[in-house]
Write a protein that binds this ligand. Structure first.
Ligand code: ACM
Length: 503
C-alpha cells in the first residue's frame, strides 16, 4: 500500500496537464476532506508518454509513489478516475491508502456517452455539473444533451427569444399545457448561452465533449407553438398522432419559415458548441404528416417525390448540408427516414434494436449503439409495482445492464463491427423530476454500462463487478448519490445473486 496524506502533492511535467491535476486535487478534497498543503512531497506524478495511444493510460503505484502516464489529458482523467476507485480512506489517521498496482489500460470504444433529456424535466446547471463530474469517474467522454422536444425548448437562441420566452414554460395559463408532474404550477427553465459555455468548459476539464441535440422535424411542438408565424402551415389539414399523442408537433418541409428557423438555430448552435457533431433527432415522425398540405404537395411535385415521407429526407438533407457548411457532422436517430436518405457522413444512433444498428453499419454508416432494451435508464429496475420507472422498452435490472454485450450476434471479426464507434446510456425524464430520482435511475446501472463501454467482454465478469461495486458504494455515499441499493436486504453479494436468480 502507498500512503497519501495532507502533505502529498501532485506534480505535473507541463502546464497542459494542470487542469486534470486540479480536478484530482479537488476530488480528493471533496471526497475525503484531504486538503493538501502547499509544501509537501511529490507523491502523484503525471508523465507525458507520446508512445501511448489516444485515451490509453498507465497507472503505477509502488513504494516510490504514484505515476500516471498518458499522451494527453484524456488518459490523465482516466488514470485519476481509476486511482480514486482504488483509494481506501482511514478516517482516524486521515490517510488514503492505494494498493500497489501496475495498470496499462485503454478503452474498447472511442465513444462512451450518456444522453440526458433536459426538455421534459429541467435540471439546473449545478445539477448538470454534478452529473458531469460523476460521469468523469466512469470514463464517459460524451454528454449528449437533449435540449428540445415537444414539451419544451431549453436553449437560448438570440435570434428567436420566443423559443424560450414561450417554449421553456408549461402551465395552465401558458401556451404549452401542464404535463404529468406539474399540473398545479408553472414549470420550466432554460439554459442561457453563457451557462452553456460554462457547462462546455466544465465538461472539457473532465475530458467530456458536449453534443447538443435539437430534435427535428418531429418532437418540435414547443418550437412550433413559440414561432407560429414561421412554423404553422395553416393550409395543412393532414391528421396524425405522434407516439406521445400530439397532432401538431412536426415541422413542415413546405414552409419557407421552416428553413429560416432551421438555418438560424443551427448557426447559433454551431457557434456555441465546439463539438464537431450536432444531433438533429429525426425520430418518431408520425404516419400521415404532410399528406394534406398544398405547400408540401407543391414541393413533392417540384422534386418528383411520390410519398409525403420523402419530404423528411428532403428536410434532413437540407439540415445536413447546412451543418456541413458550418463545419459540423450530423448525427440522428436511426429510423426509416434517416438511413439512406442522408449521406454516409451522418452518424446513426440506433435506439430501436441491435438489428437496426447492424443494418445501418452494413449500409456504410458509422453507428452509436443505444438500444433502449438495455441502455434506457428510465426503464424500471425490477417488476415490483412500486418500482419507479417505465417498462416500455424493457425492465432493466443491474444484471441485465451489465450483461448487455454490444452486437453479440456478430462474429468477433465481422468487419461491420469497425463501424460501431461506441455506445451510450440514455435517460428520458418526463417522470424523473428530482436529482434523487435521477440518481436512483442512473446508479449503479450506469457503472455497469460504463464498464461495457470501456472493457471488452473477455475482461468482464459479473461476480467480480459486484464485489467491486460493493466496495465502490462508499464512494457514491460520500457524494450523497441516492442510488438503488443492489443489496437492500443487507445480505451482500449472496443476497443479490438470490434475487437476480429468482427473476
Ligand atoms: C427515442 O427514444 N425516441 C430516440
Amino acid at each position: 500500500m502507498y500512503e497519501l496524506t495532507r502533505y502529498s502533492q501532485i506534480c505535473v511535467e507541463d502546464q497542459a496537464m494542470q487542469s486534470v491535476a486540479n480536478w484530482l486535487k479537488d476530488e480528493i478534497d471533496r471526497l475525503f476532506a484531504i486538503t493538501t498543503k502547499s509544501i509537501g512531497q511529490q507523491d502523484i506524478r503525471f508523465r507525458h508518454s507520446p508512445v501511448l495511444d489516444n485515451e490509453a493510460y498507465k497507472l503505477r503505484v509502488d513504494h516510490t509513489g504514484i505515476e500516471i502516464e498518458s499522451n494527453g489529458n484524456a488518459g490523465f482523467v482516466y488514470g485519476c478516475a481509476t486511482l480514486m476507485q482504488l483509494m481506501d480512506f482511514d478516517k482516524d489517521r486521515q490517510t488514503l491508502y492505494v494498493p500497489h498496482v501496475s495498470i496499462h489500460d485503454a478503452p474498447r470504444f472511442r465513444y462512451r456517452g450518456v444522453m440526458l433529456d433536459s426538455a421534459r424535466s429541467f435540471q439546473p446547471i449545478s445539477e448538470i455539473k454534478r452529473l458531469l463530474n460523476l460521469l468523469a469517474h466512469y470514463k464517459i467522454n460524451t454528454f449528449h444533451w437533449h435540449l428540445t422536444d415537444d414539451e419544451a425548448w431549453r436553449l437560448e437562441i438570440h435570434a428567436f427569444p420566443e423559443l424560450t420566452d414561450v417554449g421553456a414554460w408549461r402551465g395552465s395559463e401558458r401556451v404549452l399545457e401542464p404535463q404529468l408532474h406539474s399540473i398545479q404550477r408553472d414549470y420550466g427553465g432554460y439554459y442561457t448561452q453563457h451557462e452553456v459555455a460554462e457547462i462546455i468548459e466544465y465538461a472539457a476539464a473532465r475530458n467530456i465533449q458536449v453534443i447538443p441535440e435539437i430534435d427535428v422535424p418531429g418532437h418540435s411542438r414547443a418550437a412550433i407553438k413559440s414561432l407560429p408565424h414561421l412554423l404553422v402551415d395553416k393550409e395543412d389539414s393532414s391528421s396524425y398522432r405522434s407516439a406521445q399523442n400530439y397532432c401538431d408537433n412536426v415541422l413542415s418541409p413546405g414552409l419557407p419559415g421552416t428553413y429560416q428557423f432551421l438555418d438560424t438555430v443551427f448557426e447559433e448552435v454551431a457557434a456555441l458548441f465546439p463539438s464537431p457533431f450536432i444531433h438533429i433527432g429525426a425520430d418518431q415522425v408520425p404516419v400521415g404528416v404532410w399528406s394534406d398540405s398544398p405547400s408540401c404537395h407543391a414541393l413533392m411535385a417540384e422534386h418528383g417525390y411520390h410519398n409525403p415521407k420523402d419530404l423528411q429526407g428532403h428536410l434532413l438533407r437540407h439540415v445536413e448540408d447546412k451543418l456541413k457548411s458550418l463545419g459540423k457532422r450530423m448525427l440522428g436517430w436511426e429510423e426509416g427516414n434517416l438511413v439512406n436518405k442522408v449521406s454516409k457522413d451522418t452518424i446513426v444512433y440506433s435506439w430501436l434494436s441491435e438489428e437496426a444498428a447492424i443494418n445501418s453499419a452494413k449500409l456504410g454508416y458509422d453507428v452509436i449503439l443505444q438500444p433502449g432494451q438495455s441502455t434506457y435508464l428510465d426503464m424500471a429496475q425490477d417488476d415490483n409495482v412500486n418500482e419507479p420507472g417505465v417498462h416500455s422498452a424493457n425492465t432493466i435490472t443491474l444484471e441485465k445492464a451489465y450483461h448487455y454485450e454490444p452486437l453479440a450476434q456478430l462474429h468477433p471479426d465481422d468487419p461491420v463491427k469497425k463501424r460501431i464507434l461506441g455506445m451510450q446510456a440514455a435517460i428520458w425524464t418526463e417522470r424523473i423530476t428530482s436529482p434523487e430520482t435521477l440518481d436512483y435511475m442512473m446508479f449503479p446501472r450506469l457503472t455497469a454500462l460504463a464498464e461495457t463501454a470501456w472493457s471488452t467482454n473477455n475482461h468482464k465478469d459479473y461476480r467480480a463487478f459486484l464485489s467491486r461495486l460493493k466496495r465502490h458504494l462508499s464512494l457514491l455515499d460520500r457524494q450523497r448519490v441516492k442510488y438503488k441499493h443492489p443489496w437492500p436486504t443487507g445480505q451482500g453479494i449472496q443476497g443479490a445473486q438470490y434475487q437476480t436468480q429468482r427473476q
